[in-house]
Design a protein around this ligand. Structure first.
Ligand SMILES: NC(=O)c1ccc[n+]([C@@H]2O[C@H](COP(=O)([O-])OP(=O)(O)OC[C@H]3O[C@@H](n4cnc5c(N)ncnc54)[C@H](OP(=O)(O)O)[C@@H]3O)[C@@H](O)[C@H]2O)c1
Length: 260
């Protein structure tokens, strides 16, 4: 566990005083979401399952900017580990989790229908349906007691695009949309908002070397998105600035899916 409460000058920001839990924050989009939430004043639990070194690097980036973060190793598909992780974050920072970002992903294999079996679908549902359910159940007592909270699920534009040989992932990301809306309805009376950010293709470490020219050429805003584009949208939805927004899906993809 890597812990930083090194906060030389309190960071002003729209998330000041909040505790955020970001799943899969050791690299990729999750890292930059964690950094942005910390820059906006939140203390951040940086969740990951495998790479201590990468998670420590995210914590170090936050500490360098004067923020507060704690790396928490937990496989978010395992109920007991999720419960312990949420408790660890709340104990470390002495407050309940007010912002939950369901971001983590495992491998996303592209498979034809003939080459897919139910297990391939279950693997995706475990990350995008089961894990968010476990996380929400773990943070709900604190959010209900506080009478507020913001949950941001990370979806994908593939739901609109319907990419071929990707149905296990597309199916699970589609399920996230219905789940977001139903949770938003159920939790609205408790003062808890639930929204979804749907990124376009945002190159991260795992895309190193991939050619982006064709995709970028189809994006109306004529460029690839960057992790900070997603992080800014998440920070907004997480904050009280979005207090009148719930049950929504926000595409952050340079306009690629508008009109669909
Ligand atoms: N990047 C894109 O182009 C893009 C586009 C649309 C949607 N998205 C969505 O955005 C989210 C982030 O994607 P990404 O591209 O940033 O992925 P990524 O770079 O592969 O990062 C995945 C993160 O999840 C963690 N992780 C893996 N298994 C885990 C587990 N069992 N429990 C907890 N953490 C686990 C990884 O850390 P460890 O390996 O250290 O555990 C890592 O921090 C995903 O939901 C993805 O579907 C991404």
């Amino acid at each position: 566990m890597q812990h930083s409460t090194n906060n030389p000058s309190p960071i002003p920001g729209k998330l000041k005083g909040k505790l955020a839990f970001v799943t899969g924050a050791s690299r990729g989009l999750g890292r930059w979401i964690a950094v942005e939430l910390a820059q906006q004043g939140a203390a951040v639990a940086v969740n990951y399952a495998h790479s201590d070194e990468d998670a420590a690097h995210t914590v170090a980036l936050i500490a360098k900017a004067g923020g507060e973060a704690l790396a928490i190793r937990a496989d978010i598909t395992k109920e007991e580990e999720v419960r312990e992780a949420a408790g660890q974050a709340e104990a470390a920072f002495g407050r309940s989790i007010g912002v939950l970002v369901n971001n983590a992903t495992g491998p996303q294999p592209m498979l034809s229908i003939e080459d897919s079996d139910w297990k391939d679908y279950e693997d995706q549902l475990a990350f995008f349906v089961k894990a968010p359910l476990l996380l929400v159940k773990a943070v709900l007592p604190g959010m209900r007691a506080a009478g507020s909270g913001s949950i941001v699920n990370i979806g994908s534009e593939v739901v609109q695009l319907g990419n071929a040989r990707f149905a296990s992932y597309v199916t699970a990301k589609s399920a996230m949309i219905g789940m977001t809306r139903s949770w938003a309805s159920e939790l609205e009376p408790a003062g808890i908002r639930v929204n979804l950010v749907a990124p376009g293709w945002i190159p991260v470490e795992r895309h190193a070397g991939a050619s982006t020219d064709d995709y970028a050429g189809r994006v109306p805003l004529q460029r690839m998105g960057e992790p900070k584009d997603i992080a800014a949208a998440v920070a907004f939805l997480a904050s009280d600035e979005a207090r009148f927004i719930t049950g929504q899906c926000l595409s952050v993809n340079g306009g690629l899916t508008f009109g669909i």
